[in-house]
Design a protein around this ligand. Structure first.
Ligand SMILES: *Cc1c(COP(=O)(O)O)cnc(C)c1O
Length: 378
């Protein structure tokens, strides 16, 4: 019932982002570009002061609240800047004076978040996966938390390394801040466990240009006037994300994604689909007798970014080229870690993962990889 239709006749893109969008959403969005709700206007042309603009923002917020179960004491902001932009911006908003913030550094993006915040503020590493080459998320028993920290930052899924938290850290009275860009809306979220959640849209909820920030109201008291207005969370909250021109098209696409997710069973069903897709690939890895290997600790394997390696780089190059010829694209690993990476975000149908798993099995056997053909050629 909650299966996502595999109605595509285009390549399956396993890109880390921007990612696939569901056919249904692309259809609705294309219509809205030409004629928004039979008004003869394009959604791209709605003035930012218009009632329509305010309505799209309000509807996107209420749909997201429903989908993710966001409590009343949290504000939802639709901002620009990308997650990378907010690495530094969230520190400016949440750290006052000489206070410092804690970071659990678990991979490429956690490192970037730490470095950006550290440009202007005191930050410290509370947990460090680097010593173990980011093969696992350090267990909470090894974290050294500062009870006076402004917040503790985590990256719920490390896109490059293929790690994902399958538990929520307990930071007591210190606000937990999470970059959820890779796995936002791919599973139910205990929003009340977090002080602030943020995510770029182009992986699981639409197109680039939008960053969703969900922030507990009391934390907004910390944003002082030295933070530029457009990126001042408190000011944006007071202005309903309209301090300046909002990225309305990206919000409109996100709204379609929120509604699409609800039509397909909400976040519990999204999680089931994540498990099904990733299980196919992990099974192909685990049954390949070491032809495919992943360094990621079994308990920390990501359901959204499956990373693996072949016996040597020459085989990896041939794997990528052969996959591409079969319409399985954008599988090269992040440059920081190399190898292969299959990103399986919200809009990837099970059929896409099935096609890749079949290809992997055929390629490992050295047989005719065309047996795993999945996308019609032109
Ligand atoms: C992609 C990604 C980012 C960067 O997002 P931008 O929109 O390019 O700024 C940050 N964090 C994580 C976990 C990501 O996957």
């Amino acid at each position: 019932m909650n299966a996502v239709p595999a109605d595509r006749h285009r390549p399956w893109s396993f890109a880390a982002g921007p990612a696939l969008l569901p056919e249904e959403v692309l259809q609705t969005v294309s219509r809205a570009v030409l004629d928004w709700q039979d008004t003869g206007r394009s959604v791209l042309e709605l003035p930012f002061s218009s009632r329509e603009c305010r309505r799209i923002l309000a509807e996107a917020e209420s749909e997201l609240r429903l989908l993710a179960g966001i409590p009343h004491c949290y504000r939802v902001l639709f901002l620009q800047g990308g997650a990378y932009g907010h690495f530094g911006l969230l520190a400016m908003n949440l750290i006052s004076g000489e206070r410092s913030a804690d970071y659990a550094v678990t991979g490429h993006w956690g490192q970037r978040a730490f470095a950006e915040a550290g440009r202007r503020h005191r930050v410290r590493v509370a947990a460090d996966g680097a010593a173990d080459d980011f093969r696992a998320i350090p267990p909470q028993s090894e974290w050294r938390l500062d009870s006076g920290a402004a917040y503790c930052h985590i990256t719920t899924a490390e896109t490059a390394e293929g790690l994902q938290y399958h538990w929520t850290p307990d930071t007591a009275d210190v606000a937990l801040v999470a970059d959820m860009t890779a796995d936002f809306l791919t599973r139910p979220i205990d929003v009340h466990r977090y002080g602030l959640i943020y995510a770029s849209a182009q992986k699981n909820l639409g197109v680039a240009g939008l960053t969703v920030v969900i922030v507990r109201e009391d934390l907004l008291d910390r944003c002082d006037d030295t933070v530029p207005a457009v990126f001042n969370y408190a000011r944006q909250a007071r202005a309903d994300s309209r301090v300046n021109t909002p990225p309305l098209f990206a919000v409109y696409v996100a709204l379609q994604m929120f509604q699409w997710l609800r039509r397909h069973g909400g976040l519990p069903a999204a999680l089931t689909r994540c498990r099904q897709r990733s299980a196919l690939l992990y099974e192909a890895i685990d049954t390949s007798r070491d032809f495919y290997r992943t360094p990621v600790a079994v308990n920390d394997r990501s359901l959204v970014n499956v990373r693996f390696h072949l016996p040597d780089q020459e085989k990896e190059r041939r794997f990528l080229a052969a996959a591409e010829r079969q319409g399985l694209t954008d599988l090269a690993g992040h440059p920081a870690v190399g190898g292969i990476r299959a990103s399986l975000y919200n809009a990837m149908p099970l059929a896409g993962a099935r096609a890749l798993a079949a290809f992997m099995e055929a390629f490992a056997k050295g047989g005719d990889t065309r047996a795993g053909r999945c996308a019609p050629t032109t």
